[in-house]
Design a protein around this ligand. Structure first.
Ligand SMILES: *Cc1c(COP(=O)(O)O)cnc(C)c1O
Length: 394
């Protein structure tokens, strides 16, 4: 068996995104013990950096040692006790996953369902809160399966009338690409993942919990049913006690630290502006080619763009040619959107004008060869025009 040499890829799917070379270098640094004073320093710095990127002062702000789904599971297993009423907003795969976890925790689930590809109906959310008076309202800020944004400010607005309800927010795809502003919007529990807009390999789930959230966990009458994700123990490992709980994935924490340093160096606002601009250029290019976006402009994510597959075109054939001929990975649709959309990620290091222009050029060539009659004028030109109207990208 030979050494594994991965093919050269440009990662423009729903995650993982491309990692910055500095992050990959950090990953390969020599190991130290997980209770080595040098590593304890790394743990402290990661907590500080995460507070900056989440825009929070929450003391309990740490990476859970597993992927984004473990962040989701940690949120619900810690906050829910059997019989608790929970409202979950569902407009894609990840709202579905939340619902599944809530019922596994013994929560009394009420779903506010919205058609996939559409923004939440906040009036419907309000009515459901009124009717069920839940302990928790949960929503996905960036629904990676559909490309729809749920602004946390609108959830907070609805929650004004329901002071007892905690707000739980999935920030897996939004953190580092869209503003999350945890404290400003009074989010009580947020979780993310490393391989989306943080541009780090998959493996850690940064979380942050408000004082109210911590209080709710302390007041539990029953033990958290997951030993590994029980935050009352995990927080002691990350806090002053350093009580051994599990062995932190050392190298992944090196990588996360470097990716967060990169974000702070770039500046949060610059980073959001970059994600917005590359999104705008991509949409201009896609539309100039005569293709259509799935989501209406006001509900669109910048970091995950969903494009309708034109009639008569095979979704899988186009994606497989993008990969084999151009080394570009994009995603296909899931569930009701299977075969109907492409999912183009512009996350973290992958959100770059080169990638936008390269993808538009590749897509245009493949679609013409597949016999699609594209609108006259080129996607690349339309996207370039958007970049030309802006400051030169860094
Ligand atoms: C990717 C993703 C998850 C799950 O994260 P994994 O790292 O795949 O476990 C959860 N929520 C959203 C919105 C995601 O995009």
């Amino acid at each position: 068996m030979n050494e594994f040499n991965p093919p050269k890829r440009i990662l423009m799917g729903p995650g993982p995104s491309d990692a910055d070379p500095r992050v990959l270098r950090a990953l390969s640094a020599p190991l130290v013990g997980h209770l080595d004073p040098a590593f304890l320093g790394v743990m402290d710095e990661i907590q500080q950096l995460l507070r900056t990127v989440f825009e929070t002062r929450n003391r309990l702000t740490i990476p859970v040692s597993a992927t984004g789904s473990a962040g989701m599971e940690a949120a619900f297993v810690n906050l829910i006790e059997p019989g608790d009423a929970v409202v979950v907003c569902v407009n894609g795969v990840f709202g579905e996953r939340m619902s599944d976890i809530v019922t596994r925790c013994g929560g009394r689930l009420t779903r506010v369902e919205t058609q996939w590809g559409h923004g939440l109906d906040m009036e419907e959310v309000r009515k459901t809160l009124q009717r069920t008076r839940p302990r928790i309202l949960a929503a996905v800020q960036a629904e990676t399966s559909t490309g729809v944004l749920t602004p946390p400010a609108r959830l907070r607005e609805v929650l004004k009338e329901f002071p007892e309800t905690l707000l739980l927010l999935d920030c897996v795809t939004s953190l580092g690409g869209h503003p999350v502003e945890i404290d400003r919007h009074g989010v009580d529990f947020a979780y993310s993942g490393t391989q989306k807009c943080l541009s780090c390999p998959p493996g850690l789930a940064p979380i942050t919990v408000s004082d109210r959230g911590v209080e709710r966990i302390r007041q539990r009458k029953t033990k958290v049913q997951s030993w590994y994700l029980d935050l009352t123990m995990v927080e002691k490992y990350w806090g002053a006690d350093r009580t051994y709980h599990h062995t932190a994935p050392i190298s992944m924490n090196y990588a996360l630290r470097e990716s967060l340093r990169l974000i702070v160096e770039e500046g949060l606002q610059n980073r959001y502006d970059r994600h917005r601009l590359n999104h705008q250029a991509l949409v201009a290019g896609v539309e100039a080619m005569g293709l259509e976006m799935l989501v209406r402009p006001e509900d669109r994510l910048w970091v995950l763009n969903t494009v309708r597959v034109p009639d008569g075109v095979s979704d899988a054939a186009v994606r497989s040619r993008l990969l084999s001929d151009f080394g570009i990975e994009i995603g296909g649709g899931l569930g009701p959107l299977k075969d109907r959309i492409w999912r183009v990620g512009l996350m973290g290091a992958s959100s770059h004008p080169n990638n936008v222009l390269m993808l538009l050029n590749a897509l245009e060539r493949i679609l013409r060869q597949e016999g699609v009659r594209l609108a006259p004028g080129s996607g690349v030109e339309a996207a370039s025009a958007v970049f030309d109207r802006q400051e030169p990208p860094v």
